[in-house]
Design a protein around this ligand. Structure first.
Ligand SMILES: [Zn+2]
Length: 137
């Protein structure tokens, strides 16, 4: 997945001179904001994102990305509605991709020997057969 960048609109509060930039990469969501000569940068690893909330006003959307454990939430306002939706989509897609197979308690039953195996297994550790691709539920 390529990194996608989303700039806040220049016509919103706090974005007239330096616009907030949200970047969604394979592994993290990053907020960059210049103020004067410094760049304020925050990032949350995608696996630590607890929730993505979008509040849509008349023209622009505010985005709140909460991290598990609290403390370093990312907030950004003045984004286009379509961008806000895309950010949420990207984060949720990345999370379900990464969680597939590694979720705690992710187990299934081998279709050949009926023993319990890890959901992400490609070969059964009991009977040694190749397993069909994991169904996503
Ligand atoms: Zn088996």
């Amino acid at each position: 997945m390529a990194t996608e960048r989303f700039y806040a609109s220049r016509w919103t509060r706090g974005n007239r001179i330096f616009r907030t930039l949200l970047e969604v990469t394979d592994t993290a969501v990053i907020r960059r904001k210049r103020s004067g000569f410094t760049v304020d940068e925050m990032s949350i690893h995608l696996q630590r994102v607890a929730s993505v909330r979008i509040e849509t006003g008349l023209l622009w959307s505010d985005i709140l990305i909460e991290s598990t454990g609290g403390g370093d939430d990312i907030q950004s306002h003045g984004h286009r509605k379509a961008d806000a939706r895309r950010i949420k989509e990207l984060i949720e897609a990345a999370q379900s991709r990464q969680l597939g197979g590694t979720a705690p308690g992710g187990e299934r039953t081998c279709p050949f020997c009926a023993e319990t195996i890890k959901a992400a297994a490609v070969v059964c550790r009991h009977c040694g057969r190749d397993l069909p691709a994991q169904r996503s539920e």
